[in-house]
Ligand binder design. Sequence first.
Ligand SMILES: NC(=O)c1ccc[n+]([C@@H]2O[C@H](COP(=O)([O-])OP(=O)(O)OC[C@H]3O[C@@H](n4cnc5c(N)ncnc54)[C@H](OP(=O)(O)O)[C@@H]3O)[C@@H](O)[C@H]2O)c1
Length: 272
Amino acid sequence: MVRFPIDYNDWKEVGRTGEKITAIGLGTWAIRDYGKAFDVYVYGLKNGLNHVDTAEMYDNGLAEEFISRVVREVGRDSIFITTKMMPQHLVSRNKVLRAARNALNRLGVSYVDLFLIHWPNPNLSISIQVKNFEAVFEAGYTRFIGVSNFDRWELEEALNSTSKAEVVVNQVHYSVLNKSIERDLLPYAIREGVTIQAYTPLEKGSVARHPIIRDIARKYDKTPVQIALNYLISRPRVVAIPKTENIDHLKEIISSMNWRLREEDIEVLEKI
Ligand SMILES: NC(=O)c1ccc[n+]([C@@H]2O[C@H](COP(=O)([O-])OP(=O)(O)OC[C@H]3O[C@@H](n4cnc5c(N)ncnc54)[C@H](OP(=O)(O)O)[C@@H]3O)[C@@H](O)[C@H]2O)c1
């Protein structure tokens, strides 16, 4: 088992850029009620969170349009925006640029902070798709680039394929109930200085029902959701991006920061 030192920072560096984001951000997949969600996201961005994750694919662009309304409310400088491009655009730089302009139009901004390849295009070499994707950086449409759903070897190839920008993030499935990245991807990312954005960190809320997580939560006077998120952000390089459109859930999520589990309890969670 790989041992990870506890990271006590609630502001984490994005790759090796010097830029910092909060250990928790908000996802935007499968929002049911955008009106209700608006108040929740604005509250989150005014009360301790600074980044959101969205994608061209979510609700056919409606999630990106939702973020445009949130940006207008909180101000462009108060929000670090990550969005993701579908891999079919990666066949040429022109297609990449067109898709990026469409995303920026939906988001109502002239640039995003982080643009990711949503998942690798299986019909293109990693090297070609990453080189084509770099066009978004060269055009000034994003400050940083990254990938999503890349395994350890795909990430290594991506890191070796850029010439203009660095790949600073890999967004992957990671939760206390799904720790497969701890074997090789996470140690590799830590070594290479790549930030991991942990998606589906609550397993859609089911972390709250796990008996061992519940036992530990009682010891700390925290909730199981807070234990599950704290486990993730205690890892070096890891930020988590849960999704909620419920204000009580959001407050619970925000309170996952500013404290850390003890080593012995992390060890128990490592084994489930
Ligand atoms: N790159 C990729 O391929 C990829 C894939 C999947 C997801 N993502 C990103 O990661 C984000 C998060 O992942 P996810 O949406 O799949 O799953 P998740 O964050 O693990 O779970 C979201 C679900 O948990 C519920 N929830 C939130 N806070 C809760 C709390 N405190 N107590 C109980 N339930 C709670 C939410 O309901 P309420 O809204 O009612 O609170 C929602 O139904 C997505 O929104 C998306 O931005 C990326």
